[in-house]
Design a binder for this molecule. Structure first.
Ligand SMILES: [Zn+2]
Length: 262
């Protein structure tokens, strides 16, 4: 089985409607033998990537698609917290994503506290976008794992998934998260040629992924960042690692089953 824990219903250059994108996604999943995907909505209503409400309606009757919730920090208020809590209760969303770097807001921002507590209460993970944007390296100051470990310390029961391994600083991200049993990593974007090139090459990428898996096999989960990320390339990357079959099963689906309570 394979679970893709990080995809978006979005389009890149050519404009498409979102139900068309969803259908492409399902087709692509069948082609690559992905059993389930977890859709991450954008936190702004935008024309290129489906937001929370849109994703909810798009995947309502799709048994192979799950989703997480998201808000901007300025939207964290009683009404929206109640809305997110209801979605957690009904298991319509199975996690929550924040976008530091896209938003100029640190994960340690106090306004997130009540949201983090909700994740703990319902035992759903917090996904944190990390790393540079090719056109804007400075944005990575907001998602530096040095802030994320503070959240992990403050909320030891909060499961935190670092998306994109704070690329290009893979070794730094590996070291600074050492010893944190509530920090996890998804592999999304890590098979992207540009990400690999800027992060020190394929040998470095494989080395860091392998040592992360060997350090704590539960901590790595398969994700692609489709449609930006190529699914096949991400599958090949995991398959190319020198790890045991059981470790591969954990990365490809067992860790996601556990983290998202599937
Ligand atoms: Zn993404």
């Amino acid at each position: 089985m394979i679970i893709d824990s990080h995809i978006h219903i979005s389009f890149l250059r050519k404009k498409k409607n979102f139900s068309q994108v969803r259908d492409n996604l399902l087709l692509n999943m069948r082609k690559n033998r992905i059993d389930y995907s977890i859709v991450i909505p954008d936190n702004i209503a935008n024309s290129q990537c489906a937001d929370l409400e849109t994703v909810m309606s798009l995947i309502k009757s799709e048994l192979n698609l799950y989703m997480v919730g998201t808000l901007r920090v300025s939207q964290v208020n009683k009404v929206n917290l109640l809305k997110i809590e209801k979605l957690f209760q009904k298991k319509i969303i199975r996690g929550f994503k924040i976008f530091p770097g896209h938003d100029p807001v640190y994960p340690t921002d106090k306004r997130w506290c009540s949201m983090y507590k909700l994740c703990v209460k319902y035992n759903f993970p917090l996904i944190i976008h990390t790393g540079i944007n090719v056109d804007n390296r400075r944005c990575a100051k907001y998602n530096d794992p040095k802030h994320i470990i503070k959240v992990a310390e403050k909320y030891p029961k909060l499961k935190i998934i670092i998306a994109h391994y704070f690329w290009p600083k893979l070794d730094y991200c590996f070291s600074i998260t050492n010893g944190f049993d509530n920090i996890y990593f998804d592999t999304s974007a890590l098979a992207d040629p540009e990400v690999i090139r800027m992060s020190g090459g394929i040998k470095k990428m494989k080395e860091v992924l392998t040592k992360t898996i060997k350090r704590r096999v539960k901590s790595v989960l398969f994700g692609t960042d489709w449609p930006i990320g190529n699914v096949k390339k991400h599958i090949n990357l995991i398959n190319s690692l020198r790890i045991t079959e059981e470790e591969k099963h954990k990365v490809f689906y067992k860790n996601a089953l556990y983290l998202f309570n599937l």
